[in-house]
Ligand binder design. Structure first.
Ligand SMILES: [Zn+2]
Ligand SMILES: [Zn+2]
Length: 410
């Protein structure tokens, strides 16, 4: 499928290199905070373009800075020069790749199963394209290309922010995209407000004393209390949350006991909660703690709750979501409003807590796959669709053109 021929600044000649780069990254996946080879390739690519390059931001993060326009544009008496941040993530998943492509993972137990190899290649492509077109397009302002580590559950974005990302590299707005297998290639969606969920994790420990299975009257039954608690947790969303709100609570692990005739002293329960607004999140956590304490009282066990909020909801600001959609249209994509948010979560949420911005779903389709291949995220046979590379490059470039032209916020 070929799209977008009539674009003002074609990127086709960049593609062979970008495809090769993407496949090289795919063959050499690196896990959270270990992206040293990847970061080195990124930094070298940005340096070759003449950008200012900062390495080691938030562990293995890299930021490249492109200043567009005449130096005089930044005069104190002139209009304020705008700045925009574009984010790509670099990490892979701890997953055995089962795909059989020539560029399949060469690192056992590591797999670019979420397409961050594609995101990294697209952002390098956008840097290449902007370096050669910003003068002819008359752009004025600063573009920060932000390559973050550890998106997969280890909050590399938060670490970059803690290490001064937005003080060192001020951004009036920030944008990111994720390849989206549920949308066809050539389509893109986003929406104002929440687009990805907040992700929480809970670990509950239920303690009795343990004892003989034939003498249950001598020990609180931790296994029975834990079982009842699992049932009760599954009523929180349906009974304690407004039906107009969306949330998910899933218990994913329960563990305890080793024998047919011993009552275990301890049982553990683990699960996750996904929600889109802080009030719902607060109510679920409070209800979970209530249920745990109520069960402790009723069963005579001791129940401990460890509840951690690891990613907030990803919330787009309205003006920037509109910019993202306009840019997608200008890039030749079929752009539309996402009808609802997704219950998966995203580290970019931390950047959107600090700066206005938007997150785009870039379609990468499910068709045309060889047998055994998959575009489903986190699937052992997943592979990024290289046909999406030019689409993402053009979207980033169109975002920059709009973000730098946008009226400065008061
Ligand atoms: Zn992922
Ligand atoms: Zn991802």
């Amino acid at each position: 499928m070929s799209l977008l021929p009539n674009h003002a600044s074609p990127v086709g000649d960049l593609l062979p290199d970008l495809v090769a780069l993407r496949r090289d990254l795919h063959a050499h996946p690196e896990l959270a905070y270990e992206e040293r080879r990847t970061a080195g390739i990124v930094a070298q690519a940005l340096r070759l373009l003449g950008l200012e390059v900062s390495e080691g931001v938030g562990g293995t993060g890299v930021v490249g800075t492109l200043r567009c326009g005449e130096p005089g544009a930044a005069r104190a008496d002139g209009p304020r020069v705008r700045s925009v941040g574009l984010r790509a993530d670099m990490d892979a998943l701890p997953l055995v790749e089962l795909g059989q492509r020539p560029h399949a993972s060469q690192h056992a137990g590591k797999h670019h199963g979420c397409g961050h190899d594609g995101h990294t290649a697209m952002l390098i492509g956008a840097a290449r394209q902007l370096v050669r077109t910003h003068r002819s397009l008359g752009l004025t302002g600063t573009v920060h290309f932000i390559f973050q580590p550890a998106e997969e559950g280890q909050a590399g974005a938060a670490r970059m922010i803690d290490e001064g990302l937005f003080e060192r590299f001020p951004c009036d707005s920030v944008y990111a995209l994720h390849n989206w297998p549920d949308l066809p290639l050539g389509h893109a969606q986003t929406r104002p407000g929440p687009i990805m969920a907040a992700a929480d994790r809970f670990d509950i420990t239920v303690r009795g004393k343990g004892g003989h299975a034939a003498q249950p009257h001598h020990t609180p039954d931790a296994l029975l209390a834990a079982s009842q608690l699992v049932v009760q947790l599954n009523t929180i969303v349906s009974r304690r949350i407004d039906p107009n709100e969306s949330a998910v609570l899933s218990v994913t692990r329960i563990e305890g006991g080793h024998s047919h005739n011993v009552l275990p002293a301890e049982v553990s329960i683990t699960g996750t909660v996904r929600s889109f607004d802080a009030d719902t999140q607060d109510r679920i956590e409070a209800a979970l703690r209530d249920a745990a304490q109520g069960m402790a009282l009723a069963s005579g066990t001791v129940v401990e709750v460890d509840y951690r909020r690891y990613y907030p909801a990803t919330v787009n600001t309205a003006a920037e979501a509109a910019v993202a959609l306009e840019a997608a249209q200008a890039a030749g994509l079929l752009a539309g409003m996402a009808p609802r948010a997704a219950f998966t979560s995203e580290d970019f949420a931390f950047m959107l807590q600090r700066r206005p911005g938007a997150y785009l779903w870039l379609g990468q389709g499910r068709e045309g796959l060889a047998a055994g291949d998959s575009f489903a995220l986190h699937h052992p046979c997943y592979d990024f669709n290289d046909d999406a590379l030019p689409l993402g490059v053009r979207w980033f470039c169109e975002v920059v053109a709009r973000a730098l032209a946008h009226e400065a916020r008061p």
